[in-house]
Design a protein around this ligand. Sequence first.
Ligand code: NDP
Length: 343
Amino acid sequence: MTLALVTGIGGQDGAWLAARLLQDGVQVIGTHRPSSTAGNWRLDELGIAAHPRLRLVALDPGDAAACRQLVADIAPDVIYHLAGQSRVADSFRDPLGSVAVNGIGTLNLLEAMRRHAPDSHFVLAASAEIFGTAPAPQDETTPPQAASPYGLSKLVAHAAIGAWRASFGLTASSAILFNHESELRDEAFVTRKISRAAARIALGREHDIALGNLDAQRDFGYAPEYMDALVAMGAREPGDDYVLATGHAASVREFATAAFAAAGIELEWSGQGLAETARDRRDGRVRVRVDPTLLRPVDAPLLVGNAHKARKLLGFAPRVGLAELTRRMVEADLARERAMQGG
Ligand code: NDP
């Protein structure tokens, strides 16, 4: 039986990936930080928390000895390294912490694999933020221009994959992930913040939402489809780098419009810059406004990926578009809201 180690199993991606692997008959060992059980609700929502082939262990990827010990003990066939500081906004507040967790954490696991399970396969969750301000569309050949500490942290990790592949012949792959969202997205991310607010406003439990840069354009995919591609990466030899993206850009404004529409609210936008607002067409009430404190020091203006290579070699074929994505997220938030408050 294949044994997979999934770091960061309690996160959005870790939960979807674990569900897919368990469905495939794989034995899964998932890690969470020693201090954290924050993501267990996702395993519960997917109905896999008590799965007989799933075991959870505590691991701090920053602890080299602990990484070595775990990999030596379990000798995984595949290591999916998803754990990390995952929020661009947080990385401006703690830049060194971000680079240390994402960079050194990846090196610790690569070293653990090199020493104790050199025939394993390694799959890293890197990020489109490594491209920063590089012109779109970005693919595997685009020279990185990381513009945030988070982008740099993922660039360190991504470069380590290439270096360990070249230096030690490891089967190590890097998934250059463009944004991917789902019902399990953390509320700290703007997409889930929007879907939850749209649901709460539709139920009359909130009046409006404040957002930062409405013009930032991202390539929004659906997380489970991206995790299927990670599984395909984990099965391939030799290791390689793959951009995973839909190839379509949408602004935060467009995401909000689609999410509110999914909640039955038609938005009408007016004004510019900090004065821009979106009103509810039915009653003219302001539902979206801009809060300057939410603007980032630097924001990659346009991240849109060309996933031609992954389509060809991994069979990656994302099907869920913006309308369907926002519909799934808003419906899940409506259901949670109704369950939570007896609505
Ligand atoms: P989440 O924030 O949902 O999950 C991240 C996981 O990492 C959590 O389960 C958390 O586990 C763990 N984690 C958080 N902070 C730390 C830390 N300081 N040290 C060690 N572990 C930590 O993110 P996603 O599931 O969406 O993303 C998975 C990976 O993919 C991340 O590395 C992210 O950077 C990357 N990625 C995601 C994209 C997306 O759009 N979703 C786009 C590009 C890259 P716990 O609290 O249980 O320890």
